[in-house]
Structure formats: structure tokens, C-alpha cells
Design a protein around this ligand. Structure first.
Ligand SMILES: O=c1cc[nH]c(=O)[nH]1
Length: 214
């Protein structure tokens, strides 16, 4: 299953436009907040596909029956660019557990790179619904490596992947390697540069959030 937010007219398009806009994206606080707002929208959209149980809530005037989430998801994110989206997901799934994973591109001798993971801080994810967020799905390699490592450690019940901008190549790679995952995307762009940046994309999401790293 794949859902793409910009296929529908909604405020998500305003937040996406500001993230991309060369004159707006350097306002670091707004950039992070727009990623957070999209994380909130993804949380709301994903919540519509989850299971609910009817519960009674006592009000000052009576008893209301309300459907409430049957179970809390685990919110996993890839450091460091995933943090603002993760905050947005946590704002809505406010009782969820969190997981943090570090992944980076290690250059190879050829003009290529391989994905290395280092840090895994996770709860027990066995039989849990897991939502993995990362703003940019470029080649899709980091996402696939991270999800496969999580799936090797835990029997995950349901896997959701949320990304603000994906490339068509990234989407194909994820669909080929994680065929059961539900994909939640803000927009899908056609092109990737030789250094695996998405075009038109928005640039380097981690740097725009937190500044250039060495
Ligand atoms: O375009 C891209 C691709 C990967 N990561 C980014 O931050 N931007």
C-alpha cells in the first residue's frame, strides 16, 4: 500500500512547498517545524488504518462511547534527519514507544557507497506495529537496511514507512525489498543525482535541520 500526500489538495502541500523553497528553507526553525507538521499529518493518516476499541468516557454530564486505539505503535527513526518528523509523530501518538537507529553512507573505492548502521536503541518490537520515519527516501538503501535489521531482531507485526520526499528509484527499491511495508510519502520526485540527492528534492535535510556536519 502506498499513500502520497500531494496527490490530494491539503495543507501538506504548503508545508512541502516551504521545505523545498530556497528562500524559506534556510529558516532552520521553520524547516524543522514543517517536518514536524508533516510527521503529525502522517500520524493522523496512519491512525485511520489502525484498530480501535470502543470505550466509555465519563463526562461531567454523562457517559460517551468513543473508539480508542487498540494498541500503541513503536515510532522508529533514523538519526539525525528523522528527529523532527519523529517529534511530529510523537505529538499525535503521544503514548507510543520510540526507537532510534543511526545509519550512514560509507564511501567505497568506486564512486559508490554502502550503508552502515551503528546505534540501535529500541524497545521489544515483537508483534508490534512499527512506523519508521526518515524525511528523504533517495536510493532507499538506508531504509531497507534499517528495516531488515529491525525485522531480523524482531517479529514485527506491521511495518509503516513515512518519508516526506521520495525518489521513484527509492520507492521501487523499498517495494522490491520490503513488499509488505505500507509506504506514506509526501511527494515522489523523478530524479537522483550521481551523489544520490533527490531532484528537485530540497537539498540535505539533516544540514537544513541542524547545520552542516564535518
Ligand atoms: O536529496 C537528499 C537525499 C538524501 N538525503 C537528503 O537529505 N537529501
Amino acid at each position: 500500500m502506498i499513500t502520497i500526500l500531494n496527490k490530494t489538495h491539503s495543507l501538506a502541500n504548503q508545508f512541502l512547498a516551504e521545505l523545498r523553497h530556497i528562500d524559506i528553507q534556510n529558516d532552520r526553525m521553520r524547516f524543522r517545524r514543517n517536518l514536524e507538521r508533516l510527521g503529525e499529518i502522517f500520524a493522523f493518516e496512519i491512525s485511520k488504518k489502525m484498530n480501535y476499541v470502543e470505550q466509555e468516557v465519563v463526562t461531567p454530564l454523562g457517559v460517551a462511547t468513543v473508539p480508542l486505539l487498540e494498541e500503541q505503535p513503536v515510532l522508529a527513526t533514523i538519526l539525525r534527519a528523522g528527529l523532527p518528523m519523529h517529534q511530529g509523530l510523537m505529538n499525535y501518538f503521544d503514548k507510543a514507544d520510540s526507537a532510534y537507529i543511526s545509519a550512514f553512507r560509507k564511501p567505497k573505492k568506486s564512486n559508490d557507497f554502502e550503508i552502515k548502521t551503528e546505534y540501535f536503541s529500541t524497545p521489544d518490537m515483537a508483534d508490534r506495529i512499527v512506523i519508521v520515519s526518515d524525511p528523504m527516501l533517495a536510493t532507499g538503501q538506508s531504509m531497507v537496511v534499517v528495516c531488515k535489521e529491525l525485522m531480523a531482531r524482531f517479529e514485527i507485526k506491521e511495518l509503516h514507512i513515512a518519508c516526506v520526499i521520495a525518489s521513484t528509484e527509492g520507492v521501487s527499491h523499498v517495494r522490491a525489498n520490503l513488499p509488505k511495508a505500507c509506504l506514506w510519502l509526501g511527494a515522489v520526485d523523478e530524479e537522483l543525482t550521481s551523489k544520490a540527492y533527490i531532484v528537485p528534492g530540497l537539498g540535505d535535510a539533516g544540514d537544513l535541520c541542524f547545520g552542516e556536519k564535518l
